[in-house]
Design a protein around this ligand. Structure first.
Ligand code: HXC
Length: 535
């Protein structure tokens, strides 16, 4: 008898059999995925005992609910040596896929320490490499959650080649899509160079560590005794080496910070960050800057107080907060637009530019330029830091990076001189002739080749010597004359190197207006991708 679809009885029987087989297939398929995602209970317990989340939990905590779209879940290693075959594990120690963060697509990989210690073999590396290729094609950010014993020892040189594949792609993607590395466990040996090639590194206190050679190798090579945390923990890398950009108290705190960072970034180098209009009006007065003008120029202040007052809703997302504190860098919004800030911080080393501050600021300026983020530079600087250590450490080479970075940057650049701007450091801090678009100064600005004391001693050393008892009096008179001429912004404004001296209370309004004028600024440079920055 025919059924409703007009099928004869024989066909109906065949279809019923096929349906039973199909449902068995579906059961099998579901079981494979369920087992793969469940993981090894004992290893998961050990992971938790270290105070760490699992690779899957991490993704779920970081991304928008139910947005994770996994690919290559079932990939396994081909390796048959040293017992790896017996441990062939689906996924090969890394979870890869796509997800949304605040509604925006990102590519994400999460190394699974419970599988072969999250070690990187060729299959594991290929999963990451494939994800990066797709992210680069789709022009979306890549976020790596790293927790790995490094190159998979059993796979020999293939695992090193796997790292090569990833490093190559890190470089290819550099300046095209934002790359973020979140260190959530060990990251040792050459493995550290993938995060080092990305734009931002996050670490979590107590669970993250990074080093090229661990404590035991250090001990046998140099005799130094050092533990994991002291050698390569979050404090070492956020305060001393400058490798790490953000430190979190916990994994949850870390994921919150990653989400916050992403709010300031565009998806790729062809886009701009999203506009976020708030209630904070563009013409809000910045009276606090009047206090800067009234202050004793020798007194220090934390420049963050100025930045907060200039920013929409007083919100400033600082980068590398604990490293080279003499320069302050980070993101904020002004009139709704994301702006990157670079500011001398007189509270540390008088805000002088040293090797570390130059590197920190130069790299940030280059990032901002790559991702179409306008730059606000706040200047209060007596010069480059003097000293044998700095000279022999290469302050010439490192300081040059900042000149290079500002000169090549074609994004809108607004500069405000708050107080001192002396010598080479005046030029380096986005001055007019490095192509600052708008160069403003407060009435308190002092712009000159050098400070009054030093200048008078060089210019009038013979006269001061000859004045005998009256030397101090003469020096004071000459210093006053020098100050009257240079310890103000007016001489520089008369040459046009400062476009306008502005009312302190109007600083926010003027800066926002300047950035709005520059909104349609386009890169007019020849060969913008070429050049050889001093490294
Ligand atoms: C293969 C590894 C592994 C690795 C860990 N495992 N690292 N398997 N290759 N590199 C495995 C362990 O055998 C173990 O497997 C499981 O992961 C968990 O490791 P444990 O040692 O039990 O965990 P723990 O005590 O927490 O110690 C973690 C560790 C330690 C500090 C990371 O495992 C370690 O020192 N591993 C080696 C680190 C290293 O030297 N890697 C090579 C770096 S050189 P079972 O089956 O017992 O659970 C490198 C070069 C890259 O990466 C070059 C790129 C250019």
């Amino acid at each position: 008898m025919m059924d409703m679809l007009g099928r004869p009885e024989k066909d109906q029987e065949q279809d019923k059999k096929r349906s039973r087989e199909t449902s068995q297939n579906i059961v099998k398929f579901r079981k494979i995925y369920e087992d793969t995602r469940k993981g090894d209970a004992a290893k998961i317990k050990a992971q938790k005992e270290k105070g760490k989340f699992t690779a899957r939990e991490r993704i779920n905590y970081l991304v928008d609910e139910d947005s994770f779209f996994e690919i290559k879940t079932l990939v396994e290693s081909n390796c048959t040596d040293f017992g790896v075959k017996d441990k062939h594990i689906k996924g090969d120690g890394v979870i890869t896929g796509f997800a949304k963060i605040a509604g925006r697509e990102v590519a994400i990989f999460s190394q699974d320490f419970t599988q072969l210690g999250g070690s990187l073999g060729m299959a594991h590396a290929k999963k990451i490499a494939h994800l990066m290729d797709m992210a680069l094609e789709a022009k979306i950010p890549v976020i790596g959650l790293l927790d790995s014993g490094g190159a998979r020892i059993q796979e020999g040189v293939e695992s090193l080649d796997g790292y090569g594949e990833i490093f190559y792609r890190n470089v290819k993607a550099s300046g095209v899509i934002p790359q973020i590395s979140v260190i959530l466990g060990p990251c040792a040996g050459g493995a550290v160079y993938s995060p080092a090639l990305t734009d931002f590194i996050f670490m979590v206190e107590g669970i993250s560590y990074m080093f090229v050679t661990g404590p035991s190798v250090v001990k046998s090579a140099t005799g130094e005794e050092v533990d994991f945390d002291t050698l390569g923990g979050s404090q070492a890398h956020s305060e001393k080496s400058g490798v790490c950009h953000f430190v979190a108290k916990s994994e949850q705190d870390c994921f919150r910070q990653v989400r916050e960072l992403l709010e300031y970034l565009p998806q790729n180098c062809l886009e701009k960050p999203a506009l976020t209009i708030t209630e904070d009006t563009a013409d809000r007065k910045t009276k606090v800057l009047e206090s800067i003008c009234e202050m004793d120029p020798k007194k220090a202040y934390r420049v963050q107080h100025v930045i907060w007052r200039l920013a929409d809703n007083y919100e400033f997302f600082e980068v590398q907060q604990n490293y080279a504190k003499n320069i302050t860098i980070g993101f904020m919004r002004m009139g709704g637009e994301v702006v990157g800030v670079v500011a001398n911080n007189s509270a540390y080393l008088g805000g002088a530019l040293d090797i570390n501050a130059s590197d920190k600021a130069a790299r940030f300026v280059r990032f901002l330029n790559d991702f179409n983020i306008p730059i606000l530079t706040l200047v209060d600087i007596g010069g480059y830091l003097p000293g044998v250590e700095q000279e022999h450490g290469g302050i010439i080479r490192h300081g040059a990076k900042l000149l290079y970075a500002y000169s090549e940057a074609t994004v809108p650049k607004v500069t405000l001189v708050l107080r001192k701007a002396y010598g080479g450091a005046y030029i380096a801090m986005s001055s007019k002739y490095l192509r600052g678009d708008f160069n403003f100064a407060l009435p308190s600005a002092e712009i000159a080749v050098m400070g009054p004391g030093g200048a008078v001693e060089i210019l009038y050393s013979k006269e001061i010597k000859a004045a005998g008892d009256k030397a101090a009096e003469l020096k004071e008179k000459l210093t006053k004359e020098y100050k009257d001429k240079f310890a103000s912004p007016y001489q520089t404004a008369s040459t046009g190197s400062i476009d306008e001296v502005i009312e302190p209370a109007q600083a926010r309004e003027k800066i926002i207006r300047a950035f709005r004028i520059l909104k349609t600024k386009r890169d007019a440079r020849e060969n913008p991708k070429k050049g050889n920055i001093p490294l």
